[in-house]
Write a protein that binds this ligand. Sequence first.
Ligand code: GLN
Length: 739
Amino acid sequence: MGLRFIAARAVSGVSTWGLKNVFHRPAANFPGKMALYVDPQLIAHLRGKLERGSVCVVGTNGKTTVSNLLADVLETSGQRVVCNRTGANLDSGVSTALLHAGKADWGVFECDELWLAKILPQLRANYVVLLNLFRDQLDRCGEIDRIQDSIVKALGSSPETVLVYNADDPLCASIADRAGQLPGREGTRSIAFGVAKSMGLAQNTVSDATMCQRCSTMFEYDWRQYGQLGEWRCPNCGFARPVLDFAAENVQLGVDGVAFSLAKPGAGDAEREGAFSVTARFSGAYMVYNLAAVSVAASLLGCTNEALQKAVDAFDPQNGRLQTYDLAGRRVLLNLAKNPTGFNQNLKIVAQDQAPKVVAFFINDKEADGRDVSWLWDIDFEELAQAGPLTAYAGGIRGRDMAVRLKYAGIDAQTVDNANDLLHRIAQQPQEVSAYIIANYTSLPGCKAALDAAVAAGGEVEPAAGEAPAPRDFGTQGASASEGAASGQNPVVIAHLFPDLLNLYGDGGNVRVLQQRLAWRGIPAEVRRVNHGDAIDLSGVDLIMMGGSPDREQKLASADIVAMRDQLDAYVQDMGPLLAICGSYQMLGREWLVDGEKGPGLGLVGMTTGRPGTSGDRLVSNIALRSPLTDEPVVGYENHAGRTYLDEGVEPFGTVVSNTGLGNNEETKQDGVRYKNVLGTYLHGPLLAKNPQIADWLLARALERNAKRTGQPLAELAPLDDAPEKAANAFMRDKLGAK
Ligand code: GLN
């Protein structure tokens, strides 16, 4: 036993005592953090406590549930388990759990995706269970490719660790593919699990993997479950969902629960006899994947079906995730959702309940949530229109952004100050109205505390003063774009170029904003989504929008876009309005660079984009600009590796006026470009949601073009009530210190 290790243990002992007895705080991270300073190899020195070994659980969604449940199954089987149950998933959390534990049979550790590379080389876990990878906290992670690289590196550092992965997710399968080729891992197998057949769910708009990571060809799907999960195949190189070692079959998805059996498709009859079956009272397709992952791991660790089912039946972590409350007879469901896929899954749960209800969304933007909330626009809130009558509320630090998002989904939401305020308003509703509270990472504890306190006080909550809003059926009200189209006028045609590739940070939200702002004015609009491989004649188009994307997708999209160069040039010269964000803004110039490789641009604007370092060397920040196009500063969010330089005399979109944010590059304090009716910018947000004047500037240009093109009289852009948009803008402007 080394001196460092002895000192590290002493430091951790003192800090645990101090936290618990002096500060009365749980000690889930800090003792391990202190001890790691003293002995950086602490996890390696402690792993001997785990007599049979360990399992790491990684993935964007479901880590805490899967690791807690797996630990429960093992404990039900009579095993002694160490687990970082509260979700402290960095090396400090894993160290703390190990420091506090005695001898055990198994360690089950939830690990942050980027921290696995620190934890695994020391822990040398028997298994890594990889659940899924979705866009989440990209301000911390950059682009999803970086997370994949980091997990592959981690697996390379522990060659005996068996990877158990969700093969329905091409991003996980691609990690297994790459890990299989690493030197030292030739003899280590990977185990694929998935869901055998389609669950028949409606598809969401954004998917995080549309193209093959081996050869950059678009995938084909026999079915998609949600996000990018499904039965996928590359038509070019043959990379496809691997044969499943474990498959969830006979899946039943109900309002009150899920059930399936877990089979080994390639196994003989004897093994099939022993196949697991699981029934759980949690709803949502994502719970099928979580439970499948737990079942596979439990089976690999030698647990019985009985132990699994018993643990699932007893599972009630009381951590605010899918937690049901009874507030004096009223049902309230609280759940965590921290990224678009998690949110979309929650909306499906809400939509299963057709009765009148309250739905509240709490959104914070603290460090652990990610400072950017553009991703709210990658969520299909429009589906709430199918959810029957509801009263909607928005809260949290970025509740104003949430309210704007709901407004453009046709739902008018009131903002609330905090969870208590919400509970008072819920108390105004008739008893039979249930409530759904969906909160992101740091806003969840406040909601849980308010609900726990209300239950402890007997479930009665004082109603707020004033009249309760009646639940409204959002499916049947409001002007929709299609209604406008029936008016016989030639619609304003908006082309959304390559949304299947260029769709980061809610950029598609810009199109929703444009479309709705026309619909509210009774002007018919038609959106043409031009996917990879599709063609369009731009002479019949009035407005073009193209978004940003990770490097890989950008490369594929740039080939499509460069092939349209002559058409785009004619459109721009003819004063056609065009909005290009981030990745596609870069393509307007002469060239752009990806990790040293040159990409040809459109050459429409006098500018060029280079890259000083790797894709990890990024400009990531909230940002505000002064632009001649608006009265108030323009607010947005940037996350890019490229640095753009405008030629002498070329006009920027705006000047950076915030405390944070750099825009085009580190030197010029400018962002974007304005050229004829072209607007290029690094600002996501999406840009137009909090800057409606820019939306209307683009729409005014589009109406002029439409009138010229069709011979119709020029439609008028009547003023709209932009109070929610202005409130969201003002909040960010102040926060960023923008003048
Ligand atoms: N991949 C490009 C870059 O990093 C664009 C990123 C984006 O659109 N957010 O520069």
